[in-house]
Design a protein around this ligand. Structure first.
Ligand SMILES: [Zn+2]
Length: 426
């Protein structure tokens, strides 16, 4: 079938109804705008479109602490004054505001990512897309950087039920700190993040932060300066990811596609075009490994839907015209009404010498990774390369308590309700 892949796409129209608050840069609405473009380009016809079944709060505690998840369930704009201490403790209230439906919002985007991972595990599809996901900053017991529940971590834990090794790649302009921290001491997950570094949120992601204990050399960080352009990005992304594929040989990949690395982002300072951003997606896709594709940051409302729609076309292998089809948000995309976005003439502060030096540093670190044997040998030893178990988190297959009833398990196999095509027509 040449270059086609079986692609699933998770979407729930409710996601666009949540508001972080007046003036807040994070707008869940951009996912609905993306979906509207995807529908009007006819791309949804090339994918299985699913509305995920909601995951339980218990499923979120496979990574997060019970008291943090309980707090997210009960906190509302009306009862905040009764929770002053917990708000501080869990870092909720400023960057990560309390808003109506906060927990349902978390449940929705997390369901797409965990449900997507489950679908990949069942080998029903090759690629799953969840543009509402990718909230990579959330910590075990702390909200951070507009993120509350870390769907990336939870999806990786789901993939680890089936796959010995999972690769996480992050092309958001911010360091993927929450995911890195979660898997910092395991060699079953390699995290790699390309990000702006130096006086920039969240402040972590130095090239020398390479992982700990069993996880040493399994955290890869490429710190960057302002003005990264398409050519510079490609010149580092391909060799680093190519080397990782060679030495780590992941069974599945999670790709966080934060669009705040695009030119002209409200919070970002890179200079990528949608084409340059999507080149990363296309390169990862070319390895033909089960792939979960997530959204993330992205704060210039007219650019994010264009980038993620183009990436949807790349993932499905369908060519789309640069001329935007008429859609519900047409006025956002003027005056040119094009899918592709222009870059600026800003200076690229990443010199060739700096990029080469850092790339070579990372290739050196990766050359210290024990290459995965082409044939897996089951030694049975808990700490061996082929059977590592060094994670603080539960990754076994025990079903959560509330799903122990066999009827519930049956519905769980069908991770989503299939959406009728007519529901999606514009
Ligand atoms: Zn970001």
């Amino acid at each position: 079938m040449g270059d086609s892949r079986r692609v699933s796409y998770f979407y729930d129209a409710e996601i666009g109804n949540y508001h972080y608050g007046q003036g807040h840069p994070m707008k869940p609405h951009r996912v609905r705008m993306t979906h509207n473009l995807v529908v009007n380009y006819g791309l949804y016809r090339k994918m299985e479109v699913f509305r995920p079944r909601l995951v339980s709060p218990t499923a979120m505690t496979r990574f997060h602490s019970d008291d943090y998840i309980n707090f997210l369930r009960v906190i509302t704009p009306d009862n905040m004054q009764d929770y002053i201490r917990p708000l501080q403790r869990f870092n909720v209230g400023e960057d990560c505001p309390v808003f109506d439906g906060l927990f349902e919002f978390c449940q929705l985007y997390t369901s797409g990512s965990i449900g997507g991972a489950a679908r990949l595990n069942e080998n029903r599809v090759d690629i799953v897309i969840n543009w509402a996901g990718g909230l990579h900053h959330a910590k075990k017991a702390e909200a951070s950087g507009f993120c509350y529940v870390n769907d990336c971590v939870l999806a990786i834990l789901e993939l680890l039920k089936k796959h010995e090794r999972v690769l996480y790649i992050d092309i958001d302009i911010h360091h993927g700190d929450g995911v890195e921290e979660a898997f910092y001491s395991t060699n079953r997950v390699m995290t790699v993040s390309f990000h702006k570094f130096g006086e920039y949120f969240p402040g972590t992601g130095d090239v020398l932060d390479v992982g700990y204990a069993q996880g040493k050399n399994y955290a890869i960080n490429f710190p960057l300066n302002d003005g990264m352009d398409d050519d510079s990005y490609e010149s580092i992304f391909r060799p680093v990811i190519g080397k990782i594929m060679e030495v780590f040989a992941p069974g599945a990949v999670v790709l966080q596609c934060g669009a705040d690395s695009l030119s002209g982002d409200r919070l970002g300072c890179f200079n990528l075009s949608a084409q340059g951003h999507a080149n990363c997606v296309e390169f990862v896709r070319s390895f033909n490994i089960p792939m979960l594709v997530l959204g993330g940051g992205g704060y210039t409302l007219r650019n994010v839907p264009r980038c993620w729609t183009y990436e949807t076309s790349v993932l499905t292998g369908e060519k789309v015209s640069d001329e935007l089809p008429f859609n519900d948000y047409f006025e956002y995309f003027g005056p040119d009404y094009r899918l592709h976005l222009p870059v600026s003439n800003m200076e690229n502060l990443n010199s060739r010498a700096y990029l080469d030096k850092t790339k070579n540093q990372l290739l050196d670190i990766l050359s210290q990774v024990e290459p995965v044997p082409s044939v897996q040998i089951q030694t049975g030893q808990i700490d061996s390369q082929t059977n590592p178990r060094s994670m603080a988190m539960e990754v076994d297959d025990e079903p959560p308590a509330e799903e122990s009833n066999p009827d519930a398990r049956v519905t769980r196999e069908d991770t989503g309700r299939k959406e009728h095509a007519s529901e999606l027509a514009a």
